[in-house]
Design a protein around this ligand. Sequence first.
Ligand code: SF4
Ligand code: SF4
Length: 472
Amino acid sequence: MSKLQDDAFRDSIGTINEEGKRSWIFPKKTSGKFFKYRVIVSWFLLTFLILAPFVKINGNQFLMFNVLERKFNIFGFTFWPQDFHIFVISMLIGVIFVALFTVVFGRIFCGWICPQTIFMEMVFRRIEYWIDGDRNAQIKLDKQEWNAEKIKKRLLKWFAFFVISFIIANVFLAYLSGSNELIEMVEQGPANNIGTLIALLIFTAVFYFIYAWFREQVCIIACPYGRLQGALLDDKSIIVAYDYVRGERETGRGKVVKGENRETVGKGDCIDCKLCVNVCPTGIDIRNGTQLECINCTACIDECNIVMDKVGLPLGLIRYASEEEITKKAKFEFTPRMKGYSAILVILTGIFIGMLFLRNDVEATVLRLPGQLFEHKGENISNVYTYKIVNKTTKDFNDVHFKLADPKGEAKKVGAAHFKVPKEGMISGTLFIEINPAFLNGDKTKITLEVYDGNRLIETETTNFLGPRSFN
Ligand code: SF4
Ligand code: SF4
């Protein structure tokens, strides 16, 4: 914490004025080294985000989160409700990965990877700059009376925002219901898919509200991740930080005085131009220290570096640094907490990969019908079972049938013995198993049932078979 700062700034947030009303943020356009890198990363991620539901691997959508049908595709692997444990582990890995990154690099995720930041800063904000101009022009336009120019600009901006929101809603739907379904619905036309059209318009309205009005408040008020910062960050975390030791020195910040050696007179290197504040999309002053509103977007780093360059002072007054680096000139250190998170991450990733490759493409469940004992059928003993076969692949199984592998006996399915299990589908039914008492080991015998598709064994299932005690 800066020796000059007090905590009064924490009593209010930059987006709410003294009357408790929304204080609109007009961030200045950014440029600079980090911005250029962020543009590259953002366009790469945007391309990925938009294309991922349309890319197929072995016929599976690359990414899909079909909550209604409880079917999820991650990197082309299909996860069914039966694979929920693997899905949970993949989510845990994601959470720990983000937590580890937060401990080490602060909110790097928010500034560089979060879709909210990318859409807001790299898509909607760019359109806004294009139509309304930079910060000063935007402030002027906001204050000005409604006239032809303002109406034209506002209508153009709202229309552009609506179109982009509608596109995002379509991509969102491709993630939720699958890109094939989306393409099919587009081909059939909106009149034949009124329900989907209404859902799309609701999503569009939500995205429009977020990007046209709610904006940075998502990060400040709504996002739970931002709230975790207090628990995850420590003095060793590398965050976007103002070097207050250098920026303030003995006498504090101050304007540039020609010919003055700031270090000799004890003046800080911050020239108090407030450009780092003007450029901030969440409306904070980074010079007050770490704040949960800071999304680590690096705009203030770029802007301050431009200023430092202009006035001939060293760059990096605002930079990626830890509190310890600023106060003690300490080098980066891999702390026990980071080691702990890394170890958990490695272990979970190992378990996840193992589970992924050991996972079956077919899931068969054979359970004895509850409440039923056994029946005599001629010379044999018969038990009744229910079965469920899930085909997780993208190919139909056309000739599925059961065989009792051990002990000797017969598996008799109710209905046709050979049946079809469609791709990504599930078939359930009833099955009788008949075994000669000579092959039973008392009142409870372990049996092995095999499931074939044609000649190919696709699953083996073991269960219990009940028989009379006298055959012990
Ligand atoms: S941009 Fe740099 S010099 Fe200007 S106020 Fe911010 S920290 Fe100080
Ligand atoms: S303080 Fe700097 S890094 Fe943080 S949100 Fe504002 S501009 Fe971005």
